[in-house]
Write a protein that binds this ligand. Structure first.
Ligand code: ADP
Length: 167
């Protein structure tokens, strides 16, 4: 069975992420979308557990996709899950340098692990979770950017933060 890991922060999952998940899930028997928890600096819009729950709502119908979270190194996590591949989406040249560096490092840490890059869906090359949060802050329509199942939850959380930030 060929297992792949799709790691990221997913704070929150966007249509760009979902496009990568759908395409990667066709290439592997099992795809694990893993919310990677960054040591100290994980002050996200959603907690890791909430991000996992949002992703689960969205990938519900993809039968070979699992959702998890981890605070380990991806290479270590992949070893435990017996995964052979890390999947990454590439939006622009600016993603490339960092991602190739990480792929090479991960291969050094776990020589049986390779990274597969998928070019971002053409409609999503400009899209990132942080851009979505910025737009939500100004109450923009998010339907071109987020899976519809989670739009209300994202808007609600951002507006709560907005209220809390008012002096
Ligand atoms: P971000 O916070 O920048 O949206 P994440 O850390 O959650 O991104 O991203 C996880 C993975 O998904 C990375 O490989 C990233 O390059 C990829 N990704 C993020 N947004 C998109 C997109 N719009 N299209 C394709 N891949 C994407």
């Amino acid at each position: 069975m060929k297992t792949a890991i799709y790691p990221g922060s997913f704070d929150p999952i966007t249509l760009g992420h979902l496009n990568i998940i759908k395409r990667a899930s066709i290439c592997f028997d099992r795809l694990i979308v893993c919310v990677m928890v960054n040591s100290e600096k994980d002050e996200g819009l959603f907690s890791p557990a909430e991000r996992v729950a949002l992703i689960r709502q969205v990938v519900d119908r993809l039968s070979n996709v699992e959702v998890d979270s981890s605070s380990e190194l991806v290479a270590e996590y992949a070893r435990k899950k017996k995964a052979c591949t890390i999947v990454k989406g590439l939006r622009a040249v600016s993603d490339y340098e960092k991602e190739v560096q990480m792929a090479t490092l991960n291969r050094k840490l776990n020589p049986r692990l390779d990274t597969m890059f998928l070019p971002s869906g053409a409609k999503y090359t400009y899209l990132s979770s942080s851009a979505v949060k910025e737009m939500a802050w100004y109450a923009a329509d998010l339907s071109d950017f987020l899976p519809r199942e989670i739009i209300d939850q994202v808007n609600e959380r951002v507006q709560q933060r907005r209220e809390a930030s008012k002096v």
